[in-house]
Design a protein around this ligand. Structure first.
Ligand SMILES: Nc1ncnc2c1ncn2[C@@H]1O[C@@H]2COP(=O)(O)O[C@H]2[C@H]1O
Length: 190
């Protein structure tokens, strides 16, 4: 659910301190609700979350949204566009006030070529995201909404974050109406 990556954050912090051209990595702030990236648009930067929580979601042609992941401290955002040379796969929005390291794609590409350690960190991120996306797709298809909701609420409590009802519905891939029905039948409140 809420992903964090402390090794990646320390790596970027070090590059930030040692950089010669001060514009290669800058610190940027986004207020709650602001977008870091927009689905299908070209991005000019890659981001690493320093503080705060973002949500990363697809909006389908029917207007419905599906939350892929909540990305927190140390998570990289916008790398797929750089690696595949495509426009943004999904939208990334600040759920709280967020501070990020914003990196130019050129600088990141240069780092990738020079540093096998960075490639390894990125490979780990991809592997983890595939595992998470696949296992979630599986249990959301194979279990009831009631079951998935209970699992999600347990995770929310464990990670001490507060997810708005609309986002819980988008994470589970159900409408607000279905979510309300389940909450009522399970005597749960948010
Ligand atoms: N399954 C996923 N899990 C976590 N983050 C993702 C996932 N899919 C996409 N993202 C992030 O959302 C970003 C949207 O812009 P990019 O496609 O450039 O890069 C994407 C990734 O950083």
């Amino acid at each position: 659910m809420l992903r964090t990556n402390h090794s990646f954050l320390s790596y970027i912090e070090e590059r930030y301190k040692e950089q010669l051209r001060k514009e290669d990595i800058i610190v940027k702030h986004y207020v709650k609700g602001e977008r870091l990236l927009t689905q299908s648009e070209k991005a000019t930067k890659l981001f690493f979350v320093m503080e705060g929580i973002t949500k990363c979601f697809f909006t389908e042609e029917n207007g419905k949204s599906y939350i892929l992941e909540f990305l927190g401290k140390g998570e990289v955002i916008g790398e797929i566009e750089l690696i595949r040379d495509i426009s943004c796969l999904c939208t990334v929005e600040a759920m709280t006030d967020v501070t990020v390291y914003a990196i130019t794609p050129d600088y990141f590409s240069r780092l990738l070529q020079q540093d096998i350690g960075l490639s390894n960190l990125l490979l780990e991120v991809f592997a983890e995201r595939i595992v998470n996306t696949a296992s979630r797709a599986s249990y959301q298809q194979l279990y009831t909404i009631e079951h998935s909701l209970k699992k999600l609420l347990e995770l929310e409590a464990r990670q001490e974050i507060r997810i708005p009802k609309e986002d819980i519905a988008s994470y589970l891939g159900v409408s607000i109406r279905s979510l309300n029905r389940v909450l009522k039948s399970e005597k749960l409140s948010l």
